[in-house]
Design a binder for this molecule. Structure first.
Ligand code: ZN
Length: 181
């Protein structure tokens, strides 16, 4: 369970607005592991979680096996391999990263609207294997606008900017932001 310190009605309102703005671009982020049924269901499941749920309710609603492709391919050592997708695990993985991504985007927008200049990065849930690039950011204070603009930019090619400061830094990063204490 993530510790989202300001997951309340005001933050949810900004999360929803930011999410809908990305949907309206016509090229919103989608997991490549989702089936056609999953791709169709995802925006509504995401909105429901933003309005009334959290990363756990989202994982539960996305765990429907029909939402996932049976297999995925991946590369290791120059060879392409195939592996089965476990719907429950894939749902948890996607829900954690996506819910946190929208929480960070929404809270950053809220803080900017409230005239805050800075925010602090913190670990909102324990990580099994902390990544090096995350440890650099843990507990650091950054201009909130930089976090807002860094949304997905580091790891998602349509927004591509490998030098951006994206929180979360990628999938499986449990870092979020908070108001400066
Ligand atoms: Zn992290």
């Amino acid at each position: 369970m993530y510790n989202f310190e300001e997951l309340n009605e005001v933050t949810r309102k900004w999360m929803l607005e930011e999410f809908r703005n990305e949907e309206e671009t016509g090229n919103p982020y989608r997991s490549t592991r989702l089936s056609a049924a999953g791709l169709e269901a995802f925006p509504q499941e995401m909105e429901t979680a933003i309005v009334t749920g959290n990363e756990e309710t989202l994982a539960e609603s996305l765990s429907n096996p029909a939402y996932w492709l049976p297999f995925e391919t991946y590369e290791r050592g120059g060879n392409v391999h195939r592996r089965q997708i476990n719907p429950a695990k894939a749902a948890e993985f996607l829900a954690n990263t996506e819910f946190n991504t929208w929480y960070v985007r929404g809270l950053a927008r809220r803080l900017m609207e409230e005239g805050e200049e800075y925010c602090q990065v913190y670990r909102a849930a324990p990580a099994q294997e902390p990544r090096g690039e995350c440890l650099l950011h843990d507990g650091q204070t950054y201009p909130v606008e930089r976090i807002y603009r860094g949304h997905r930019a580091r790891y998602w090619s349509p927004l591509g900017d490998p030098n951006a400061l994206s929180i979360p830094v990628g999938t499986n990063c449990h870092h979020s932001i908070r108001r400066v204490p």
